[in-house]
Design a protein around this ligand. Structure first.
Ligand code: SAM
Length: 361
């Protein structure tokens, strides 16, 4: 007899899963309704950020009165680590810590060490880089493998305007240097390109990171959340980014590192290194998406654009066993059918969405 676990979701009143949760022995081979395996887990360790990037956490929404989650609602490091083990047993190979700004979570190095202690996981982190110069060496020592730094402009005036808290670009660049020195390599640098805002920074960033050993990646601006007022016209398609670079610095495509890699890889024809483009809007990669997302309060989402989260924190705090939680995760994954980016249109923009800072970017 399958065990019945109540599937109440704290965010929505409708139970999201159909039927009872059968026992699923962890085999590492969970495939969803489209044959996509569970391989990656993104964990948002805080919904807070010290930046107010205009396209992500605009100040008029995320002001001083914004109700960020109280500390008691956050998963503890012990809870995160326990879930990480359960997810690993079901096939997860890579964990990315994110947020909000993950380096704002106090003692994050302790969590990194706990996750590294699980063994066999590719452990990485995405940061705005503001605290990286101070923390890179400790993160590496704790067992972090690699790091991705978001950087939307080299021009200090543009950068300060985009983060909207007047944060100087030089400190992020110092953070990138510190990460490389600490051995968190290759450092990936992600630039979200928004038309009319930072498009003119594509070439300066390309020039800066050529021959650096870092991998610069350009990300299409997406309609995440509700607060950024997204319009298709704001998107600079990856093809346009590549044309812009190629005119001055010829590039050629290279093979993916593995099937279904999200970034398309290119290299400078003169040996200057590698760049990537992430075409989340113009070439949706839902077909190959193997990613689950654990929000700051322990709700599990199976798509960046999902609106229903499954409350794993309630299961942890209600005394369920690892086997029960694992079976619940498996049931969620087995029923997964999301492919938002493939069906995105001007009409889907208005659908309810979850903010990226909470679900984890
Ligand atoms: N605070 C960390 C950081 O800055 O990298 C991690 C969280 S942040 C939400 C993760 C990434 O999502 C950043 O690179 C950010 O630029 C990107 N991002 C946020 N909103 C986006 C959007 N609407 N479209 C594309 N990327 C977005």
């Amino acid at each position: 007899m399958p065990r019945v676990i109540p599937l109440a979701d704290a965010r929505r009143s409708t139970p999201p899963l159909v039927g009872a949760v059968p026992d699923v022995e962890p085999s590492g081979l969970l495939a969803d309704t489209r044959g996509r395996m569970l391989r990656d887990l993104r964990i948002s360790v805080t919904d807070r950020c010290n930046f107010r990037c205009v396209y992500c956490m605009p100040k008029d929404v995320f002001g001083s009165d914004y109700p960020f989650l109280p500390h008691a609602d956050l998963l503890t490091f012990e809870e995160i680590t326990r879930l990480a083990r359960i997810f690993k047993a079901h096939g997860v190979e890579k964990i990315r810590l994110t947020g909000g700004e993950p380096l704002l979570r106090r003692d994050l190095e302790r969590l990194v060490a706990m996750l590294a202690g699980i063994g066999g996981l590719d452990l990485t982190l995405t940061t705005n880089g503001s605290a990286l110069a101070a923390k890179a060496a400790d993160l590496k020592a704790a067992g972090l493998g690699r790091i991705t730094v978001s950087l939307d402009s080299l021009d200090d005036t543009v950068f300060r305007a985009m983060n909207n808290v007047d944060f100087p670009v030089a400190r992020v660049l110092a953070g990138i240097d510190a990460a490389a020195r600490a051995g968190l390599a290759p450092v990936k640098v992600n630039m979200v390109v928004k038309r009319g805002v930072n498009q003119h920074q594509i070439l300066p960033l390309a020039r800066r990171f050529r021959h650096s050993g870092h991998i610069l990646r350009f990300i299409e601006y997406m309609d995440v959340g509700h607060t950024n007022g997204w319009r298709m016209d704001d998107v600079v398609p990856s093809a346009e980014v590549i044309r812009t670079i190629d005119r001055e610095l010829p590039v050629e495509p290279i093979d993916p590192n593995y099937p279904g890699e999200v970034a398309e890889r290119w290299r400078y024809a003169d040996g200057g290194g590698e760049i990537g483009v992430i075409s989340s809007v113009t070439r949706a990669f839902c077909r190959d998406c193997t990613r689950a997302r654990l929000a700051t309060d322990g709700k599990l989402y199976t798509c960046l654009f999902a609106t229903t989260g499954y409350d794993l924190r309630a299961m942890l705090r209600d005394g369920h066993s690892d086997a029960e939680i694992g079976s619940y995760v498996a049931a969620i994954w087995l029923q997964r059918a999301d492919r938002y980016s493939e069906i995105r249109s001007e009409n889907t923009v208005a659908l309810p969405k979850i903010e990226m800072s909470y679900i984890g970017g």
